[in-house]
Design a protein around this ligand. Structure first.
Ligand SMILES: NC(=O)c1ccc[n+]([C@@H]2O[C@H](COP(=O)([O-])OP(=O)(O)OC[C@H]3O[C@@H](n4cnc5c(N)ncnc54)[C@H](O)[C@@H]3O)[C@@H](O)[C@H]2O)c1
Ligand SMILES: O=C(O)C(=O)C[C@]1(C(=O)O)C=C[C@@H](O)C=C1
Length: 364
């Protein structure tokens, strides 16, 4: 992988957990020298063994960039200490909340010329270095939250970090950032927790029916409660307003349900339609507009290289497949490959594959 210029080296990642170790892996993969430090030294060692950098101490005078990837509560203290310990290094952090840590640093009178906060909008419900992924940030948004005291070279160093991790840079004021993540990250996490929490009271024989729907809605609720308690607490003021708006939606749902029970399904249909409209507003890949995928299922004979032939046929036709899943028929010696393609090209794909001799089932 080619090195992108201007990430000041060596880089020191403080907090070698899921995000820190992923930053280390991405930078190491891009050819940069990375050192790792963690309050739990075993985390730094595990991250190093996974290719995130070196767990050996670094000469403080040489450090070019410090990436602080610790939980939100200790974050400002760790940033302040890093500015003292590494006198020529630029410092950033990847914390999920941006206003409170900045306020804490400003209140402590820290000189912030060498610090600017940032936040990669990529993560996982898993914690610790074992969840590290060098491609975590690939084509994901990474928010840079500038403040008036940040020196231009500091901003440039963090821009270079984002580029080296192959993410897409977005600039936002810290307050604006916290308002946005309250809506697109923190509130969704709380709502997932509401649904998942209610599952603790569902009998096991009912849970046995769980399909993909409930898994999709609850996955993020599996995140580390110790981390999320800190994220939510540090953005609690903004979230209070979001919860009030949600309560209003909830009340509308109650009324719509009562009306539906009385044979008047109009407002329930409108409520559901609004939900669907919301899903369509979420940007698609590469930050582009939402794209509606259409699914088709191809029967794959249990024969040598059947999958290879299918992908050759798809590739020869110049078609782009967005996602695939494979299921095996329990009774016949065939498998079923589900292909997600752009809705508008589905008829073309069906026609081409049928012509090439494949048995294609469509949902219609
Ligand atoms: N989890 C996500 O999806 C996600 C995504 C983007 C940003 N973030 C942010 O990234 C940061 C790290 O989150 P994570 O998911 O990697 O958590 P994690 O629990 O996987 O890792 C945190 C690491 O920090 C270490 N640590 C804690 N206090 C420390 C201290 N004072 N000094 C040095 N090391 C310390 C822990 O031992 C742990 O290894 C948080 O601020 C979080 O808000 C998380
Ligand atoms: O994918 C997940 O598991 C996440 O929750 C990642 C997620 C998000 O809400 O998108 C969570 C918190 C972070 O601050 C950034 C990213």
């Amino acid at each position: 992988m080619a090195r992108s210029a201007a990430v000041p080296e060596p880089v020191l990642v403080i907090g070698a957990g899921m995000v820190g170790a992923s930053v280390g892996c991405a930078l190491t993969e891009a050819g940069f020298t990375v050192h790792l430090e963690d309050a739990a030294p075993a985390h730094a060692r595990v991250a190093a063994s996974l290719g995130a950098g070196s767990a050996e101490p670094v000469d403080p005078a040489t450090v070019g960039l410090v990436v602080v990837a610790v939980p939100p509560r200790p974050l400002a203290g760790v940033v302040a200490a890093a500015l003292r310990r590494f006198p020529t290094a630029r410092v950033t952090d990847v914390g999920s909340v941006k206003s409170r840590p900045l306020q804490e640093l400003q209140a402590a009178g820290v000189d912030l010329a060498r610090y600017v906060g940032s936040h990669p909008m990529a993560g996982s419900h898993r914690a610790g270095p074992v969840a590290a992924d060098p491609f975590l940030f690939l084509d994901r948004t990474w928010v840079l939250c500038e403040h008036p005291d940040a020196a231009p070279e500091t901003v440039r160093a963090v821009e270079a970090l984002v580029r080296a991790c192959r993410a897409r840079l977005v600039r936002m004021d810290p307050h604006e950032h916290d308002a946005a993540v309250a809506r697109v990250s923190h509130l969704p996490h709380l709502v997932a927790g509401l649904v998942a929490g209610s599952l603790t009271e569902v009998p096991l024989e009912q849970l046995a029916l769980a399909g993909q729907g409930v898994r999709d809605v609850t996955r993020i609720a599996g995140g580390d409660p110790r981390l999320w308690e800190q994220i939510i607490t540090m953005n609690a003021d903004v979230l209070a307003g979001e919860l009030a708006a949600l309560q209003h939606r909830f009340d509308r749902l109650r009324t719509a349900l009562d009306e539906a029970g009385d044979g008047e399904a109009g407002s329930l249909a409108a409520w559901l339609e609004e939900g669907r409209a919301g899903t369509r507003r979420i940007p698609g890949k590469h930050g582009g507009a939402h794209v509606e995928w259409a699914r088709l299922v191809v029967e794959i004979p249990d024969a040598p290289n059947a999958l290879g032939r299918l992908f050759t046929d798809i590739g020869d036709a110049g078609l782009n497949v967005e996602d695939i899943t494979i299921e095996h028929d329990p009774t016949r010696r065939v498998g079923y490959l589900s292909l997600d393609v752009e809705a508008e090209v589905r008829p073309t794909v069906v026609a081409l594959l049928t012509e090439a001799g494949w048995t294609v089932e469509t949902a219609d």
